[in-house]
Design a protein around this ligand. Structure first.
Ligand SMILES: [Zn+2]
Length: 277
């Protein structure tokens, strides 16, 4: 029996109040994940929580070991992942408190390991095959619908779809960068949405992004620009209802064995050189 079926990569606000939480440490061929994993039960589902930035928020976005995080979840039995994150709004109508469930992704990161198939020779001297993932639709359609339904059920009308652009950080965008992002028609900007989604797909995991707007990005507002304190304040104000939405979304996800989405088969037949956990 698996330890968990559903994974949540987010802040400690999502699990710290659960009664029965089991903390476990997991090691992976790609190193250690951001922190321990915390196992708990929600709506009869076994859930593994992973603090993306580590407890105390000590890992900046570009230092997170995304490969270890996704691998660790899979090794526990997780096949569906929810990834809440804080973002900046790129349109005036996407102000603080907006919940947007993106359906597209733009990668503007620069220096992150973003594939398990990176051409490193294996211990036996062989070289893993080169693969090119189909990634036209980066998010799980089933998970997206579960997230949208959960938000509506809590009277928090979500934005259904949009493009998340992920920047390297840890700095926020300049006004010119932000205006350029907005001019492309992109919706929100964050620092952690990539490469979580693509690594999940490489491992055959469903991945759903839930973005909470904490500020208007520099090009969409007229003040001083984004500040760290503002982001944390708005996130703290919304963490309670975001947690409710996440828990309802968890309840609405299908059994792992019943998944019939595109996420399940992208990696089938690929030789990673290491057996998938
Ligand atoms: Zn899926």
């Amino acid at each position: 029996m698996a330890d968990a079926e559903i994974g949540v990569i987010g802040g400690s606000g999502f699990y710290s109040f659960l009664d029965d939480v089991t903390e476990i440490t997991v090691d992976t061929p790609y190193g250690r994940p951001s922190d321990s994993l915390f196992l708990g039960e929600i709506a009869g589902r076994q859930v593994a929580f992973l603090p993306r930035h580590g407890r105390g928020h000590h890992l900046p976005p570009h230092r997170i070991n995304y490969r270890a995080n996704l691998w660790a979840l899979r090794s526990l039995g997780v096949r569906q992942v929810l990834g809440p994150c804080a973002v900046g709004g790129l349109r005036p109508e996407y102000g603080p408190g907006t919940l947007l469930v993106p359906d597209q992704l733009v990668d503007r990161t620069k220096a992150r390991a973003q594939t398990y198939f990176d051409g490193e020779p294996l211990p036996d001297g062989s070289v893993p095959n080169v693969v090119h993932l189909t990634f036209a639709d980066p998010y799980c359609p089933t998970g997206r619908q579960a997230a949208l339904s959960a938000a509506r059920g809590r009277d928090w009308e979500p934005v259904d779809g949009g493009t998340l652009v992920v920047i390297e950080g840890p700095r926020f965008s300049t006004r010119a960068e932000s205006r350029w992002h907005a001019a492309q028609g992109w919706s929100v900007v964050g620092m952690t949405g990539h490469p979580e989604a693509v690594l999940a797909r490489e491992l055959g995991l469903c991945y759903t992004s839930l973005t909470l707007v904490t500020d208007l990005d520099a090009g969409a507002e007229t003040g001083e620009g984004v500040s760290h304190d503002e982001v944390f304040r708005v996130f703290a104000e919304n963490v309670g209802r975001l947690r409710e939405v996440l828990f309802d979304a968890i309840a609405g996800l299908p059994d792992n064995a019943a998944r019939d989405c595109l996420c399940t088969g992208a990696h089938v037949g690929w030789d990673l050189g290491i057996e998938l956990p």
